[in-house]
Design a protein around this ligand. Structure first.
Ligand SMILES: *Cc1c(COP(=O)(O)O)cnc(C)c1O
Length: 364
């Protein structure tokens, strides 16, 4: 996997321009899920000097990221109570999403910075408006806990251009923030992920923004790709392998498990040495395409655990060891994560984040 340093740096710069320097917002790079499949060490190496903080999801990611950077790290997801002490000692800024955890964190007796996660009309982990008074009452009992920020997350900016729900969420967030300020003085907060930065510019006026998918050069939705094209985001990932074998199968010969494809004629086929265990979704069987010599070649037969076959009829010169591109550019052609996501009925986030972390990442 080739990860483009210039593309990552261009994307950070493009988003920086959207932040009004006067407000001094911090840019939090979201590098959970192995930096959306790009490789956390690779991405940190490329952008560490450009970002202010990082966000990851869990204790395993914190253990991996901590030695790679001196910047603050937020742990936003679930951490087992048994691991909270370690997480705090590693300097993780913990998300407080459940009132039940305050006592547990407090009794650790280790100084601990928290971000209170509001469930402002999202319906995931987080403190609801109804629970907030309990949280406000409980935190001061534990002097080791300091509230650094609060935050909320938008529910449907990727799915619609109708901002009614997002505005309602921002309203709930603001009133919860006001309650926190009343209780704790200068509590500050943040609300925007990539889609918020693009679709709800006002929310950028907070203490920080959380940049995930945009960092990697992808737009949260097709509508935003159109409406925000002036950002000229550059996809940072190129997924490359090589033809393991090239051969001619006689007409009628089956290809792969389940006999779901038969050679239409004497047919030149290539074996690609990646499969669903590597993150090539089995749903791409007889559906997906790859690039060989800059030409789109259909995937034929079923994707297996470690390999799949392609039709090389359009590339007579192809031979074993030639480069195969699953995502990214080759010659003048390009396969985007969005296109693959559309073939699979999912979103680009899933396509990239599921690429097996075992595959080597190389910064180019
Ligand atoms: C994953 C995540 C983000 C990043 O979202 P993008 O759409 O990738 O920018 C931000 N905030 C929270 C809470 C998240 O879980």
């Amino acid at each position: 996997m080739e990860i483009s340093r210039p593309a990552l740096r261009h994307n950070v710069a493009a988003f920086r321009e959207r932040l009004t320097a006067a407000n001094g917002q911090e840019l939090v790079a979201v590098v959970k899920a192995n930096a959306y499949g790009h490789g956390v060490a690779t991405v940190v190496e490329a952008v560490d000097d450009l970002v202010d903080r990082y966000q990851i999801d869990d204790i395993e990611e914190l253990r991996e990221l901590r030695p790679l950077t001196s910047k603050p790290i937020h742990v936003y997801g679930y951490v087992a109570k048994a691991d909270l002490g370690e997480a705090v000692e590693l300097g993780g800024i913990m998300s407080l999403y459940d009132p039940d955890r305050i006592e547990f964190l407090g009794k650790l007796g280790i100084p601990c910075r928290i971000h209170v996660k509001f469930d402002a009309l999202l319906g995931r982990e987080g403190v609801t408006p109804e629970e907030l008074p309990d949280v406000i009452a409980a935190i001061p009992k534990y002097p080791s806990i300091s509230v650094e920020q609060v935050y909320a997350h938008f529910a449907n900016l990727e799915d619609t251009t109708d901002l009614v729900h997002a505005e309602a969420q921002a309203g709930v967030y603001r009133s919860m923030l006001a309650e926190m300020r009343q209780a704790f003085g200068k509590a500050s907060g943040n609300l925007a992920a990539t889609s918020g930065i693009l679709a709800m510019p006002d929310t950028v006026n907070q203490t920080s923004v959380r940049l995930g998918i945009g960092l990697y050069g992808l737009y949260p939705s097709a509508a935003m790709a159109r409406s925000c094209s002036e950002l000229s985001l550059r996809p940072a990932l190129r997924w490359v392998t090589h033809l393991g074998q090239v051969k001619v199968l006689p007409a009628g010969h089956p290809v792969g498990y389940g006999l779901t494809y038969r050679a239409l004629r004497d047919m030149k086929v290539g074996m690609v040495p990646l499969g669903y265990s590597d993150g090539v979704d089995r749903g791409l069987s007889n559906v997906g395409e790859v690039l060989v010599h800059g030409i789109l070649c259909p995937m034929i037969g079923r994707v297996a655990m470690n390999m799949f076959a392609i039709d090389l009829s359009s590339v007579p010169e192809a031979s074993s060891e030639d480069e195969v591109v699953l995502l990214g550019e080759q010659g003048s052609q390009r396969i985007s994560a969005e296109e693959v996501a559309a073939q699979l009925g999912t979103i680009s986030y899933e396509v990239i984040s599921r690429i097996n972390s075992r595959l080597p990442r190389r910064l180019v």
